[in-house]
Design a protein around this ligand. Structure first.
Ligand code: GDP
Length: 393
């Protein structure tokens, strides 16, 4: 699937930057264009791979390149005011070669949190291709304002995109490690999961065509209907057959029985990977029962993939989710691992979001209280008790 990626804000820019690197390393061909939008000049300068001409600085008149702080209302305002500048960069993308837009942003900050939903709304008005979001939730230790920003951005972003895929920083923090220090690893995890998912169907030169191909329309159909998505992933190292794909099947002295054994092993490996992926750590933790649609992508050297395994994995997912729309296919890649990536689309039983909203409401109430209190305190300080003094004017 070919995507036009737009990283909004610092987290968004860094993740899209990393996607370019991943695409290059894996010869993936999924990032047809990459753009970074920010109100902070320094964040744009810090990127490595996004071309200079695709780095758009917004809000210069208002914040002079210094960013909006963690004020996402200001983030939304400057995005709206400077949407033409973003559009100019998008105009240079051959959008007829793109299957969808993907807007990436951290939802806890200011620029991306406020700006990403504004851009989504704008793009949906102009283009007929889908506009997806990849939104990152802040860690719970980042504090009230980040949680409040994320809760408000989440609500708005879901409404404006065709589907919002969510990644929760909180569940990816390594114990004993700050989220800050772990961003590199977290970002690698993000691009690997979404890279395999979106990479399916993008067969490059010299790569084998999959036995049961996942193509972009299947990804689009899984994401259609809107709502919120999460991604599960599991992988296992395997040995690469360096002397060519099918060799092992033809060299065994005992022929057929070895083949049968191989096939059974392959099927078993795939089914257990599918279970691990669905029941393990999801990008957004949630109950998978009740998922509306799902897509299973099995990637790895083609001799380790088979239709029976995928079929079994698909059936198992149907039972676990209760969904009647579970698609599946393979994605042959000459990497020394077999991986299962599962897109669960239209999830609704997500306690993490409910908790986020609760904490956000508490934070909002606290902020209001504190503001009122500090106004009163200031008044008390400035005004003399008996009101004997007169201000100058
Ligand atoms: P903005 O530039 O104002 O949009 O704000 P940032 O993108 O700097 O931060 C928003 C939120 O994104 C933070 O609260 C963090 O939760 C998260 N974040 C920041 N940088 C990264 C990153 O490199 N990776 C990930 N996964 N999350 C990040």
């Amino acid at each position: 699937m070919k995507l036009a990626m737009i990283g909004f804000g610092q987290a968004g820019g860094k993740i899209v930057d990393r996607f370019l690197d991943y695409d290059d390393r894996t010869n993936g061909g999924i990032v047809r264009a990459a753009i970074a939008v920010n109100s902070a000049k320094a964040d744009l300068i810090g990127l490595d791979n996004i071309p200079q001409e695709n780095r758009v600085l917004i809000g210069q008149a208002r914040v002079k390149g210094h960013g909006v702080g963690a004020d996402n209302e200001l983030g939304a305002e400057v995005a709206e005011e400077d949407i033409d500048e973003v559009q100019n960069a998008i105009d240079s993308i051959p959008t007829h070669e793109v299957d969808a837009f993907l807007i990436v942003s951290g939802m806890g900050g200011g620029t991306g949190s406020g700006g990403a939903p504004v851009l989504a709304k704008h793009l949906k008005r102009i283009y007929t291709i889908p506009v997806y979001g990849l939104g990152v939730l802040p860690g719970t230790d980042e504090g009230g304002i980040y949680t409040l920003n994320a809760a408000r951005s989440f609500q708005t972003f879901v409404r404006e995109v065709d589907n919002l895929m969510v990644f929760d920083n909180d569940s990816w923090r390594q114990t004993g490690e700050s989220v800050e220090g772990g961003y590199d690893q977290i970002n690698e995890e993000i691009v690997r999961r979404f890279g395999i998912l979106f990479g399916a169907g993008e067969v490059g030169d010299g790569q084998e065509v999959a036995e049961s191909v996942v193509d972009s329309s299947e990804i689009i159909n899984t994401l259609s209907g809107g709502g919120v998505s999460t991604v599960g992933f599991a992988s296992e190292e395997v040995e690469l057959n360096t002397s060519g794909g099918l060799l092992s099947r033809f060299t065994g002295e005992s022929g057929g029985s070895d083949d049968d054994l191989d096939a059974a092993n392959t099927t078993n490996r795939i089914t257990s990977l599918v279970r691990k992926a669905a029941l393990g750590r999801l990008t957004l933790p949630c109950e998978i029962e009740g998922t509306e649609r799902a897509l299973l992508v099995l990637s790895g050297p083609s001799e380790y993939l088979n239709r029976k395994g995928i079929e079994r994995g698909r059936k198992w997912l149907e039972e676990e989710t209760g969904s009647m729309e579970v698609r599946g296919g393979d994605f042959p890649r000459e990497e020394p691992e077999v991986a299962a990536a599962i897109l669960l689309s239209g999830v609704t039983n997500v306690p993490r979001i409910k908790r986020l909203q609760q904490v956000a409401i508490e934070a909002q109430d606290n902020i209001d209280d504190i503001q009122q209190e500090s106004e009163e305190n200031l008044e008390e300080l400035v005004e003399d008790d008996e009101d004997e003094l007169e201000p100058l004017f």
